[in-house]
Design a protein around this ligand. Structure first.
Ligand SMILES: Nc1ncnc2c1ncn2[C@@H]1O[C@H](COP(=O)(O)OP(=O)(O)O)[C@@H](O)[C@H]1O
Ligand SMILES: [Mg+2]
Length: 373
């Protein structure tokens, strides 16, 4: 890439205006939208570095091996135009670093869409026990309560959300043409690989086998027409999660965390994982944010809460909201009666619905839905 002089050069006397700082340039680049999305290019994490020196500004952007050359060219010329227009910028150079395929993985397997499914959202967390499945289930129900056709896929064979959704007694059915029929409850479609395997099998399966089966399994379910499919990913942000997020065309990812510092650090890993596969992060949800007392109705701060919001701000991703720790959430999980349907008037149910509404509106703006970048 070559230096291109800014168009206003020679019009103003550039020597009198000092060059903008990298922060100012970054702020300006936040106004540039990623082609086909309402999200800006900075929040997509593709701006790697900005150098301000003579003879001008160098913007270094990263691109995944999947990014189409037309998209890259479009972004690059938008960066060029935006930075050139800033006062004090004599010339601009945009450099593109095409990221190598993820280490240890096949050179980016083809991503597929799921026929009939409009938007696929992956729900991730740094580790187990933060309430990812609880959030996934209640969020799916909240999206359905707002009128969406919703499916939920439990991809965590080791700690499935199954009991929470349907209780223990259900079995999944396979159609005559060997397609898997999802269960239907509370108006949403639900499937878990755990419906097909015994606990004993799950234990002897090794990670890579599970991952491979999982990504195939997803495409063999007869989802029908869905507006939203939520995938409750296995906890963690390693290769297993990466593989799933690479196989299916995702509209976005959601990260669930708890307020403890250690869990918050995992948010960074989650964001990095989605960025690596060029999936926009739709936001962070802080679960068990504070304790909401069922008796007195007051909130008690157990951990220094608000870390989720702070982290989201630092990482330039949306903060979707906080869910308190309440007895009814756990009880609803234990009795297969999730709070959003068991007690729709509860403030927590309202909280899930407002997060669902936020996600729905974000997805409504992503052009024609899920796409490969
Ligand atoms: N906001 C909450 N309030 C009370 N209990 C919760 C809340 N979120 C999750 N739990 C409980 O915490 C446990 C772990 O939640 P789960 O959703 O299975 O976590 P994960 O899927 O991240 O492993 C469950 O017993 C669940 O009922
Ligand atoms: Mg879980």
């Amino acid at each position: 890439m070559h230096w291109k002089p800014a168009p206003h050069i020679g019009v103003n006397n550039q020597m009198q205006v000092s060059m903008p700082t990298p922060q100012e340039i970054l702020a300006e680049l936040r106004k540039v939208r990623y082609p086909g999305f309402t999200r800006d290019i900075v929040s997509f994490g593709i701006i790697k570095d900005i150098e301000v020196a003579q003879p001008g500004v160098t913007v270094i952007m990263t691109a995944s091996p999947n990014t189409k050359p037309e998209t890259l060219a479009q972004i690059s010329s938008e960066i060029q135009r935006t930075v050139s227009a800033m006062a004090g910028v004599p010339a601009v150079k945009v450099e593109v670093e095409q990221a190598a395929p993820a280490r240890g993985l096949a050179p980016t397997p083809a991503r597929r869409t799921i026929p009939g499914v409009e938007h696929v959202i992956a729900i991730a967390s740094g580790k187990g026990g933060v309430g990812k499945s609880t959030v996934a289930v209640n969020l799916a129900l909240a999206m359905a309560a707002l009128g969406g056709r919703v499916g939920l896929m439990d991809a965590d064979v080791y700690g499935p959300s199954l009991g929470m959704m349907v209780g223990a007694a259900h079995r999944a059915r396979v159609t005559h043409d060997r397609r898997i029929e999802p269960l239907e409850r509370f108006g949403i479609r639900y499937i878990s690989m755990a419906l097909f395997i015994s606990d004993a099998t799950a234990v002897i399966w090794r990670g890579p086998m599970v991952t491979k089966l999982e990504s195939e399994f997803l495409f063999n379910v007869e989802w029908g027409k869905l507006d939203y499919l939520l995938i409750d990913l296995p906890p963690g942000t390693g290769d297993a999660q990466l593989t799933i997020t690479q196989r299916v065309v995702l509209a976005g990812g959601v990260i669930v965390t708890t307020p403890q510092e250690i869990a918050l650090l995992d948010v960074k890993r989650g964001v990095a994982m989605f960025q690596q596969v060029q999936v926009p992060v739709l936001g962070v949800i802080e679960n068990m944010s504070y304790y909401l007392c069922g008796k007195c109705g007051r909130r008690h701060e157990i951990f220094a809460h608000g870390g989720g919001a702070r982290f989201a701000r630092e990482l330039n991703i949306p903060f979707l909201g906080e869910i308190p720790m309440v007895r009814q959430i756990r009880e609803g999980g234990d009795t297969a009666n999730p709070i959003v349907v068991a007690d729709p008037g509860h403030p927590v149910s309202a909280g899930f619905k407002s997060i669902a509404a936020d996600l729905i509106s974000q997805l409504a703006h992503t052009g024609d839905g899920s796409r490969i970048l």
